[in-house]
Design a protein around this ligand. Structure first.
Ligand code: NAP
Length: 329
């Protein structure tokens, strides 16, 4: 497995581009921010803890990605900005989107990266199972609210959804979406990661159908990486699980910088410029397994997501986005 460490080799610059990344203060999100900053982008880091976000900014400014010389990095770098986002509150997602739409002229790339894993059962104050909301539903809403700004910023816009290969063990529990009757920490995570892939597929389909060009959508598995995502493993899986996962991934798999490469590839590489709706792993297209390829599953997920947000699903994406903005902003 340690052979699968493809790096994004594109040297494309992002001068004049605005990139939004959720969960950019840590792990894969922070490494993605570092790369985009080095390419000259205005990098907007959406984080729930602004103190940690500012620490990450200092780290990113002072330390280039491993393959780049420090002087060259700093003289060609872009800007780093933080906004507050807590995906466990739909009100906060709306507030964050409102701020972005008001203050930012453009959004060219949106990376839906933030995530939690293996949580004990909990509902958000919106009444949604926590992992489903943070990993998927909050990003679904954020994306819908930012899409009109991306339309104004297109062509060459991209939306990147960070999923996980563990989607393949998951299902969407349409009759029990909050998993009140079937929750285990891993089932909650798998459902949310399958949702990331199905959302990618359905959004790409709806953009095409609405003749909205110049916004491509991607989902991906980043690899196995020792990050803070494992913080609950020992509590909910088995004692020592956090240590074991982090030790094995550190030894055999990827560093956070390596783990960010497929996200970077989907976000900037010229090779993916004409692709949309696909799933990637190790900087390559990967054909996902059954449920993640199911058109009806993807449509049903879109519909149930609208229902959870009290939105009436509409076939025409353009009018739907207008409705979402009217009702949610
Ligand atoms: N690491 C792996 O092996 C692996 C494997 C497959 C997929 N992934 C995916 O990769 C993505 C990034 O994870 P990572 O490994 O880099 O983990 P990480 O270091 O824990 O980063 C997760 C980020 O999400 C943020 N976040 C968590 N809850 C949030 C909330 N309610 N609102 C806003 N932000 C929130 C975290 O903020 P705080 O710092 O404030 O908690 C952190 O910035 C996730 O989607 C994960 O599912 C990771």
């Amino acid at each position: 497995m340690w052979l699968f460490k493809e790096m994004c080799t594109s040297v494309v610059r992002l001068d004049g581009k605005t990139v939004v990344i959720t969960g950019a203060n840590s792990g894969i999100g922070k490494e993605t921010a570092r790369d985009f900053y080095g390419r000259g982008a205005r990098v907007i880091m959406l984080c729930r803890n602004l103190e940690q976000a500012n620490e990450a900014i200092e780290d990113i400014k002072n330390n280039p990605p491993s393959r780049i010389n420090k002087d060259k990095y700093q003289s060609n770098a872009g800007q780093l900005v933080t906004y507050s986002l807590d995906l466990s509150s739909l009100e906060n997602v709306r507030e964050c989107a409102k701020n972005l739409l008001m203050k930012e002229a453009f959004i060219h790339i949106l990376v839906n990266n933030a995530g939690v894993a293996m949580l004990p059962y909990e509902k958000t104050k919106d009444g949604i199972e926590m992992t489903f909301q943070v990993n998927y539903l909050g990003h679904f809403l954020l994306t819908l609210l930012l899409l009109p700004k991306m339309q104004l910023s297109s062509p060459s816009c991209r939306i990147v959804n960070v999923s996980s290969f563990s989607y393949m063990f998951g299902d969407i529990y349409f009759d029990d979406i909050n998993q009140e009757n079937s929750y285990t920490s891993y089932r909650g995570y798998f459902q949310s990661k399958l949702a990331n892939i199905l959302f990618t597929k359905e959004l790409a389909h709806r953009l095409k159908k609405a003749d909205i060009h110049g916004i491509n959508v991607y989902s991906l598995h980043p690899g196995l990486i020792p990050t803070k995502i494992t913080r609950n493993f020992s509590n909910t899986l088995f004692p020592g699980a956090t240590f074991i996962y982090n030790f094995l991934t550190w030894l055999l798999f990827k560093s956070p910088e390596e783990g960010a490469q497929t996200t970077i590839y989907c976000s900037v590489d010229e090779k993916t410029a004409n692709e949309t709706g696909l799933y990637y792993s190790d900087c390559n297209v990967n054909i996902p397994r059954w449920r993640a390829r199911d058109d009806q599953y993807a449509k049903n997920l879109w519909d149930i997501s609208c229902k959870l947000l009290h939105l009436e699903p509409e076939e025409n994406l353009n009018t739907f986005l207008q409705t979402v903005s009217r009702q949610m902003l």
